[in-house]
Design a protein around this ligand. Structure first.
Ligand code: ZN
Length: 87
């Protein structure tokens, strides 16, 4: 068991990812399908947030955790002002 845990610690990210991330879940995103590649040759995926909003997200942002949701958390924060409700 210890060996498995150590492996996870030293390899937090998979070395290789599938070329198509469709069907995978990254935080709040469910990857629906690959739609295109952008001008930087990065794969762009149509993703659906847990709040129901669909948006195109770059695959790299998904894999690195840079994009975790459509931004509804940020909007909530703005609308609620300084109401901090961390759980
Ligand atoms: Zn959302």
């Amino acid at each position: 068991m210890k060996t498995i845990i150590d492996t996870l610690i030293f390899k937090p990210l998979p070395i290789s990812w599938p070329s198509d991330l469709s069907g995978l879940v990254f935080e709040n995103w469910l990857v629906l399908k690959k739609v295109k590649s952008n001008k930087y040759h990065q794969s762009v995926y149509l993703c659906r947030c847990t709040c129901g909003k669909e948006k195109e997200v770059i695959g790299t942002s998904l894999r690195t955790g840079k994009s975790k949701c459509c931004g509804h958390n940020r909007l909530d924060k703005m609308q609620n002002g300084n109401n901090r409700n961390n759980s």
